[in-house]
Design a protein around this ligand. Structure first.
Ligand code: GCB
Length: 648
């Protein structure tokens, strides 16, 4: 097969004339691919020099970090902020330096048919990477992976080990996502010389560091670079459209096999693109919507090519869930059935590790979600680790996948530079998450100042771009603007609206919630005729604080706010309200301010994942909602009874 076009252009580039080169397949082991994880202790130094540039002036990447000054041990993955006892490091703004020596297997460094790739799951916010002192990659954005092909470097001579140096800067500017500003405080009577602080307009701590796994993996030099799968259903037949992109060779063969969970081949094809048809397909259903939720097939892709050195093969297996998503004026449909989001908003946040990826924490969170009867969450307010998305696929937890476009409130953040970056981030996000059946909608931003004049053009462009990248999913952004003033709302598929009645105003007045919420729903739906998700609502409660009658910050007040919201939601949810996501799953760290008590306490679980009273209330509600929306009642009943706090 001649595939020059496929071989040289990335899929997104092909699809939409866009900028991204290459794919970003999750590095999986296969008979042709190996991985070496670099998690563990790295050497670390923050550059406390006045201009934060000493590391570059002295070229700290040239020699082992310990030779240019003192180093700390720093765990990876983890935020660096809360690991030590140093207040200055906790609040540090500027460049920090990470370094790790790696011994690579001999074959990786000697076999020229092996491609060696360094992959960084996320580095917040701007990162520069060197291998043995040679610059190999640079990346902007703290929540998406990036890679460098380091084959030439590690295969260029006798090598016993290689040194990876990563400089990371957490400074946010009006053009980063999320945006921020550096404020220089120049009054000599109040601040020392050179004093500055970082200001942001979002409500979580700007944790930084190597937050996700770092690894080195291999592929053959002719390799499967990207796969794009979209699925459909025709009566009982599942349709799996695939496109495969190959790099490194113009001439190759591709075979694809779709295997069911028993390992039986249910469909197969050849070539770089095609459609597989699966008779009597098991659809991917959300948790609690079907007796066998989250059914995943495996798409095995086998590449063979002839090279000067002989035949080469590459294998990659992608989990595939067959499902459809559609939106009407009143409904959000999954597999043609109305889906009601009953779930949470989360953060990547925990004690000590900050935003660092952690398997036990992740499994605890999924166990709590299932206990709660939650069927969905939003990745507020940035893309989460790939491993999180994989678990959502496996457990049937539906995801609204949000970009880091949070706190876009300054006019400077609506110019061309910001817009271009936002478009790139959407490309990176769609490229990474497009194949996850759990992802049912993209959210391009949270609570931007969408009433500002340039916001209309800005969101029109970002939303149109996202739809061009992925026509198979609806797109939204999450608003807290007034329905009349919102210049982005005409372009979204679903209205996602946040509100905090009886919390940020009408303090303590629980009696106004139902009326205010009902009015708001009516206004949005009358104006836009689109389904609505209550994408945030909640109240803070400090675990263990009790007051009856309820008073703000008590567990009783948090519960009472939720109850009032539920009454109003129940009046509209059979009509056009299609979901409710409580703010927040767990307490989380924020910047320090008199409004926050060691972080945001709107979690229904504490930061240590213990339930407050509101968690039991939501559990009762979510299981009841699940019971109402089951489509296979009899089969579901027995399954749900195992977990449900109720008798149906
Ligand atoms: C919001 C924001 C969220 C905050 C929350 C709050 O509207 O979207 O990031 O944490 O309110 O608790 O104020």
């Amino acid at each position: 097969m001649h595939a020059g076009v496929w071989a040289t252009l990335g899929p997104l580039l092909w699809a939409c004339g866009l900028a991204l080169q290459g794919g970003m397949l999750y590095p999986r082991e296969s008979p042709s691919r190996e991985r070496k994880e670099l998690d563990g202790l790295w050497s670390f130094r923050a550059d406390f020099s006045e201009n934060r540039h000493q590391g570059f002036e002295q070229q700290w990447y040239r020699t082992p970090l310990r030779e240019s000054g003192p180093t700390l041990d720093m765990p990876v993955p983890s935020s660096f902020n809360d690991v030590g006892q140093d207040r200055q490091l906790r609040n540090f703004v500027g460049w920090v330096w990470y370094e790790r020596e790696v011994t690579l297997p001999q074959r990786w460094t000697q076999d020229l048919g092996t491609r060696v790739v360094l992959r960084i799951g996320s580095a917040h916010y701007y990162a520069i990477v060197w291998v043995n002192g040679v610059h190999v990659a640079e990346h902007e954005g703290g929540h998406l992976p990036f890679e460098a092909d380091i084959s030439k470097l590690v295969q260029s001579g006798p090598l016993s080990s290689c040194r990876i140096t990563i400089a990371i800067n957490n400074t946010l500017t009006p053009h980063t996502l999320p945006p921020g500003t550096i404020l220089h405080k120049t009054d000599p009577n109040m601040y020392p010389k050179g004093y500055f602080v970082q200001n942001t307009n979002f409500d979580f701590f700007n944790y930084a560091g190597l937050h996700r796994p770092v690894l080195v993996y291999t592929t053959p030099t002719t390799y499967i670079d990207d796969i794009t799968v979209t699925t459909g259903v025709d009566q009982d037949t599942g349709l799996v459209d695939y496109q495969i992109f190959v790099q490194g060779n113009e001439y190759f063969q591709l075979e694809v096999f779709l295997l069911d969970q028993e390992g039986k081949v249910v469909a197969q094809g050849t070539g770089g693109r095609g459609q597989l048809q699966v008779p009597n397909a098991h659809l991917w259903w959300p948790y609690l919507m079907h007796e066998h939720p989250a059914y995943l097939y495996s798409l095995e892709v086998r590449l063979t090519a002839q090279t000067a050195a002989g035949a080469v093969s590459d294998f990659y297996t992608l989990p595939v869930g067959i499902r459809t998503v559609a939106v009407t004026e009143h409904q959000f449909l999954i597999n043609g059935k109305p889906f009601y989001f009953h779930g949470v908003n989360k953060h990547e946040d925990a004690d000590i590790r900050g935003k660092g990826f952690d398997w036990p924490l992740l499994l605890k969170d999924f166990s709590l979600l299932r206990w709660l009867g939650a069927n969905a969450f939003r990745t507020s307010h940035y893309p989460y680790a790939e491993e999180v998305m994989q678990l959502c696929d496996r457990y049937g937890i539906v995801v609204i996948d949000e970009s880091p476009g949070v706190g876009i409130v300054l006019v400077e953040s609506y110019g061309n530079e910001s817009l271009q970056h936002h478009l790139e981030v959407m490309e990176e996000l769609v490229r990474r998450d497009k194949n996850h059946p759990a992802v049912v909608m993209w959210s391009v931003a949270n609570e931007p100042a969408s009433f500002l004049k340039p916001a209309g053009y800005y969101f029109k462009t970002v939303i149109a771009h996202t739809k061009a990248l992925d026509p198979s999913r609806p797109v939204t952004f999450v608003t807290n603007s007034n329905y009349e003033a919102d210049l982005g709302a005409p372009y979204v598929d679903v209205i996602c609206v946040n509100s905090y009645y009886s919390w940020y105003h009408d303090y303590g007045h629980l009696e106004v919630i139902q009326l205010q919420l009902a009015t708001e729903f009516e206004n949005w739906h009358r104006t836009y005729q689109k389904p609505i998700i209550q994408s945030e609502y909640g109240a803070a409660a400090i675990a263990g604080f009790h007051q009856d009658p309820p008073v703000m910050f008590s567990e009783e007040y948090q519960k009472a706010v939720l109850e009032q919201y539920h009454l109003a939601l129940d009046q509209r949810r059979k009509d056009y309200v299609v979901g409710e996501l409580v703010w927040n799953f767990a307490d989380f760290m924020t910047n320090q301010s008199p409004q926050r008590v060691i972080g945001n306490k709107k979690g229904i679980f504490t930061r240590q994942r213990q339930p407050k009273a509101a968690a039991f209330l939501l559990r009762e509600r979510y299981w009841k909602l699940a019971n109402e929306t089951m489509y296979h009642q009899s089969a579901m009943k027995s399954r749900c009874l195992e977990n449900s706090p109720f008798n149906f």
